[in-house]
Design a binder for this molecule. Structure first.
Ligand SMILES: [Cu+2]
Length: 310
């Protein structure tokens, strides 16, 4: 496993600061976060977090999807989406209770460290806000794009079909008053009252069918490594023509069973021999659920796979 921790300069800086004193720690911490936030601007991964073992896909700028750069929560190679508040930003839902199978309105704000609703967001993967919703048993995946009112309140129609506890992830890049950008994925639980009947996670497989398409992938996720996963969509034995969706030829979300950690996925912008390729960093052993959104003939489908990482 790559020794990513020791390659992160800020941890060493923090250790030194701890031995010197609290005041120095506060100064260095402020400096570190500010530097990382500004480094998260055009290329959202802080350069200081790169390690020799980490490979970025050719042709894509490094970016930090699903984490705060450098806060320790969800750094490259770790899962994001586990906290309601991180990197100075808080996911503030205005409603968390839903009636099963009835359309409601999910409304929320992203608030900054001064508890002020954020109104400036960078466009990432064609959208300023990506909202992922899934039940805690990893069923019922939805990928939504809320719209924001001028006061920073986001809203989107949401139907949660079954009772249980659901996880909502807000995946966004906030832009501060000074222009600093922070890429972060925050998570909050939503409740749907009623009898919860958890579904077992489907068995691991590298192929599935959805909407009349056969979808399979090649690649083997490994702990601590960033590996390519190459997906092919086929219909009637022939490779289907993928269309651009969210700035690429597909959008992949990977969630971890047990804590619903949200993994880093870097898409490649171009098709390779009709396939779409992503680079996935897996933080630890376990079972993961992959959700591939792809578009063919104007319709978006989601192919799901369980993968076991030993
Ligand atoms: Cu999205």
């Amino acid at each position: 496993m790559p020794d990513q921790v020791s390659a992160v300069p800020d941890r060493g800086t923090l250790r030194l600061a701890l031995s010197v004193g609290g005041l120095v720690l506060a100064v260095l911490l402020g400096f570190g976060l500010g530097r990382l936030n500004s480094a998260a601007g055009s290329a959202p991964t802080a350069v200081g977090l790169e390690t020799a073992d980490h490979t970025h896909p050719p042709g894509t700028a490094p970016h930090d999807h699903g984490s705060v750069s450098g806060t320790g929560q969800g750094a490259e190679g770790e899962a994001g989406g586990l906290a309601i508040s991180a990197g100075g930003y808080t996911f503030a839902p205005l409603v968390t209770g839903f009636t099963p199978a009835r359309e409601g309105q999910f409304r929320f704000q992203i608030r900054d460290a001064q508890r002020k609703p954020v109104t400036r967001f960078a466009i990432v993967h064609d959208k300023p806000m990506h909202l992922i919703v899934v039940r805690r048993d990893l069923s019922g995946f939805q990928h939504l794009h809320p719209t924001m009112a001028a006061d920073g309140t986001w809203s989107v129609p949401l139907t949660l079909p079954q009772p249980g506890t659901w996880r909502a992830y807000a995946d966004f890049t906030a832009v501060a008053d000074d222009g600093a950008q922070t890429a972060v994925t925050l998570g909050v639980d939503l409740a749907v009252a009623g009898g919860y009947e958890p579904r077992p996670l489907p068995a691991a497989a590298t192929s599935t069918t959805v909407g009349g398409f056969n979808v399979d992938y090649q690649g083997t996720p490994q702990v601590g490594a960033t590996v390519p996963l190459t997906f092919r969509v086929a219909a009637d034995g022939a490779t289907a023509t993928l269309e651009r969706y969210l700035g690429a030829y597909g959008h992949l979300v990977a969630l971890r069973e047990g804590d619903l950690g949200y993994l880093h996925v870097h898409p490649e912008p171009q098709l390779v021999d009709g396939t779409v390729r992503f680079w996935l960093t897996t933080p630890g052993p376990g079972r993961y659920r992959l959700y591939l959104d792809f578009q063919v003939a104007g319709a978006v489908h989601t192919a799901e796979f369980t993968v076991v990482v030993p």
